[in-house]
Design a protein around this ligand. Structure first.
Ligand code: NZQ
Ligand code: ZN
Length: 394
């Protein structure tokens, strides 16, 4: 087991009607002025936003709003959030929505605490800080795990670069999880979320560091739970118990728990971000579109690991390790297909691409072959190209 630091500062308030506790949670953190960040209107339409506002008013908390966050949230709107937070004197940024709203809230929290620095400097690693306003989240979709994570992902719409910022200072102080809020989710978004949850643990499971028994068991248990309840929730979004399991898996899959004691890989996330940045593809869909090609490309490096994944997660019993490894990849892809998720680039809206485009995606993902992606196999630009190429079909 490698050395690690465990820091999970998020107070989770889970269950029916918990959004009505938002005001109390904000007050508990000593804030009385809040910037609420939300997306394209689902929270307005469902009445959630009104309930959250009401709960703030009950505690005497005043608020301003930033709306219009889109999936693959844009840098320009995050900059607007910084300006609004500063002008209003916000003491806490409250996201109502999914990963995109939460990440925009995190960006506004960083920018407002560091008014002299353009936020993209932090994303590009050219500036560092230990300061951010507190963030809280009312989650409406089990997916990105941003409600407990140390990460915020933005897209610079001018350069089409999608990049993440990672620091414990942006971990939300509280997260409100009411599974009933997910009932209005479009099926496609739900499926993308299920893929993302599974991938956050998969990309922590396939790493070169061995001998983490507890972390392995936690990861395998989480993956089995996501698969079992993901299927049920996809079939019936009103299945409260299934949605509860899924929502809790979403938070734990990306708060660090299932990767303690080993480095995370996240190569498929990097390959996927390139597709989201360039073609505005939905995050979860980019992951299922490349994972199988990645897995087939790297599986021989550690057949035991893939065979163990097959046995523990998919009940695959085979003496032949290679056969077991390939069966585990096939099972995972057929799970994606059962959710109508893409398993190749041709299934995405970008469609099949020319060789030139694939090369340029691989170059961009590896910053001109200067950085390696992941750690299970440290992917070069050539590796990334070959994986994109293997996924480039219909
Ligand atoms: O904008 P609204 O109208 O709310 O609609 C949203 C949006 O269109 C809709 N939606 C969400 N909850 C709903 C709902 N519609 C009806 N009823 C509800 N209850 O779903 C769409 C997607 O929302 P979004 O916030 O984009 O989803 P998600 O949580 O999947 O977030 C994706 C973003 O998070 C990033 C992704 O790259 C992507 O940009 N990630 C963030 C991470 C992090 N910060 O830790 C880690 C992840 O790996 C990921 O990269
Ligand atoms: Zn993700």
């Amino acid at each position: 087991m490698k050395e690690f630091v465990q820091y999970m500062p998020t107070k989770v308030v889970f269950g029916r009607n918990t959004e009505n506790e938002t005001g109390r949670l904000v007050k508990e953190r000593g804030a009385s002025r809040v910037l609420i960040v939300y997306g394209g209107g689902s929270a307005v339409k469902s009445g959630l936003l009104s309930r959250v506002e009401e709960s703030l008013r009950e505690e005497g908390i005043v608020y301003e709003e930033l709306s219009g966050v889109r999936p693959n949230p844009r840098l320009s709107l995050a900059r607007e959030g910084v300006k609004k937070a500063l002008a209003f004197g916000a003491e806490l940024i409250l996201a109502v929505g999914g990963g995109s709203a939460i990440d925009t809230a995190k960006a506004a929290a960083l920018g407002a605490a560091n008014p002299g620095t353009d936020i993209w400097e932090f994303w590009m690693g050219r500036a560092q800080t230990e300061k951010a306003l507190p963030v809280g989240a009312v989650l409406t979709i089990p997916a990105a795990g941003s409600e407990m994570s140390d990460s915020a992902v933005l897209t610079d719409e001018e350069t089409k670069k999608k990049a993440g910022y990672n620091s414990d200072i942006v971990r939300p102080g509280f997260a409100v999880l009411n599974p009933e809020l997910t009932r209005t989710l479009p099926k496609y978004q739900l499926a993308c979320g299920i893929v993302d949850i599974l991938m956050h643990t998969l990309e922590r499971y396939f790493t070169p560091v061995k001998g983490n028994e507890l972390t392995d068991e936690l990861a395998e248990g989480l993956m089995r739970t996501v698969i079992r309840n993901g299927k049920k929730a996809y079939e019936n979004q009103k299945d409260y118990d299934a949605m509860s399991e899924l929502m809790w898996c979403g938070s734990l899959s990306h708060n660090g728990l299932t990767g303690l004691g080993r480095p995370k890989d996240f190569a498929c996330h990097k390959l996927g971000h390139e597709l989201s940045g360039r073609f505005d593809e939905v995050h979860g869909a980019t992951l299922s579109a490349v994972w199988g090609s990645w897995a087939k490309y790297v599986h021989r490096l550690d057949l035991d690991r893939f065979a163990r994944f097959g046995k523990q997660v998919w009940n695959i019993e085979s003496e032949d390790k290679e056969e077991a490894a390939l069966a585990s990849i096939e099972q995972t892809e057929s799970f994606f297909r059962s959710l109508h998720m893409p398993v190749c680039l041709g299934d995405l809206s970008m469609g099949v691409q020319t060789d030139e485009v694939l090369r340029s995606l691989a170059e961009a993902a590896t910053k001109g072959d200067t950085v390696r992606l992941g750690c299970f196999k440290k992917l070069t630009a050539q590796d990334a190209y070959e994986i994109y190429q293997a996924a480039n079909h219909r």
